[in-house]
Design a protein around this ligand. Structure first.
Ligand code: CP3
Length: 362
């Protein structure tokens, strides 16, 4: 009941004039058609202009912490395709980095962190340093917003963070994994310790998102890429509850800023996630049936997704059929066209242009 009231208030404070940016209108609960679109990982290695700037920066973390370069790669897909959303160029692992956990991105290997698995490791995290260490990222937000205002007025800027569960999984494991065994075991074996890590991440993530909003991000997204590997009891405890806290913290200070949640592979728990967390939009993964999501998620909550990024590599008729199926399932409800997971680095850039033509054609 309280949640419903909160959502109504939120919707009323959102921009609703016809001149508002299409993405913000859809996230505010309006069935905008053709739907606004952007793509997860739209800035990245499939674009030659990204590879050039990445080389100039010298490394991935350097790129994320050099505001003019990070703003430039944020804008590259907007320039090429005129997307309705620009997503801040950074990474979910910049929060552990800002907390002081050593991080590097090894070529061909993905992220590598010094694993945290005991009380001393959790106690050593420096919540007090997050704003200062992450300052260049907030500067990127400020700069990108200023550039969008001059060059791309209909494009809205999305800030983001990883959700505590997914970020904790990398922090404990120390690297990517197919099943994050060590983390799932720790959550069962020492829930008090794991809970302290999650609470630290709730606080750090709240602060990190608030700073992005203060730097004028217009919406924020919580990426929970590994939400789907938990049994329902653990999903409620480590995915839903921390997300409830973050959404509440953000909404208390910024009720008009829409929050998008991405509980990847949540399956039938997607409805409970949407209702409990109070997010304005839920991003659907590739495996989600959009018709099921439409029936499980409250009508005023926008859906986002969920084209298979592999169909975007294929292009042609396969891409057209898949994109049209997503559009048909979502017609008439608040919806943002996107992929069900990040764009692959072997995607031909002209296939993205083909997709934009299909979606814009309605
Ligand atoms: O365009 C955008 O979407 C904005 C920037 C963005 C990146 N990562 C850039 C990036 C965003 C929103 C993310 C989110 C992210 N990062 C997630 C959640 C979404 C998902 O994909 O599930 C996760 C789990 C990460 C962690 C991460 N970062 C991994 C596992 C890797 C290595 C995998 C790979 O593709 O190399 C990264 C690196 C990374 N983050 C790259 C980019 C463009 C590639 C780095 C490079 O240029 O070499």
């Amino acid at each position: 009941m309280t949640l419903e009231t909160d959502k109504t208030t939120t919707r009323m404070t959102m921009p609703s004039e016809p001149t508002a940016k299409p993405l913000l209108r859809a996230l505010g609960g309006e069935a905008v058609w053709p739907p606004p679109m952007w793509l997860m990982r739209q800035a990245g290695r499939y674009l030659p202009e990204y590879r050039a700037v990445r080389e100039q920066a010298g490394g991935f973390i350097a790129l994320c912490t050099t505001p003019d370069l990070a703003a430039e790669v944020t804008l590259q897909p907007i320039r090429r395709y005129g997307m309705d959303g620009a997503i801040l160029f950074s990474d979910i692992l910049m929060v552990p980095w800002a907390l002081g956990q050593p991080l590097r991105f090894a070529e061909g290997e993905g992220p590598v962190l010094e694993p945290i698995r005991d009380a001393a490791g959790v106690a050593g995290l420096r919540l007090d340093q997050v704003r200062e260490r992450a300052a260049p990222i907030f500067e990127t937000v400020r700069l990108t917003r200023a550039l969008l205002a001059v060059q791309h007025q209909r494009t809205a800027l999305i800030g983001f963070a990883g959700s505590p569960w997914t970020v904790a999984a990398y922090m404990v494991e120390g690297h990517g994994s197919r099943d994050f065994h060590v983390t799932r075991e720790l959550a069962f074996q020492d829930p008090a310790l794991f809970g302290r890590l999650i609470r630290t991440l709730v606080d750090a993530t709240t602060d990190y998102l608030l700073a992005q909003i203060e730097a004028r991000a217009e919406a924020v997204m919580l990426f929970d890429s590994w939400a789907g590997m938990l049994p329902p009891s653990q999903f409620r405890r480590w995915v839903i509850e921390p997300s409830v806290a973050i959404v509440r913290n953000v909404k208390r200070l910024h009720p008009g800023i829409p929050v998008i949640g991405f509980p990847r592979l949540a399956g039938p728990l997607i409805g409970e996630y949407a209702q409990r967390t109070g997010v304005n939009a839920v991003a659907m993964d590739t495996a989600m049936d959009p018709r099921f999501a439409a029936s499980a998620v409250p009508a005023g909550v926008a859906l986002q997704g969920n084209l298979d990024p592999l169909s975007l590599i294929a292009g042609g008729a396969a891409l057209e059929a898949e994109a049209r199926a997503v559009l048909a399932a979502m017609r008439g409800r608040p919806f943002v066209f996107n992929l069900g997971h990040g764009i692959e680095k072997t995607t031909p850039p002209e296939h993205v242009a083909q997709l934009v033509r299909i979606v814009r054609g309605g």
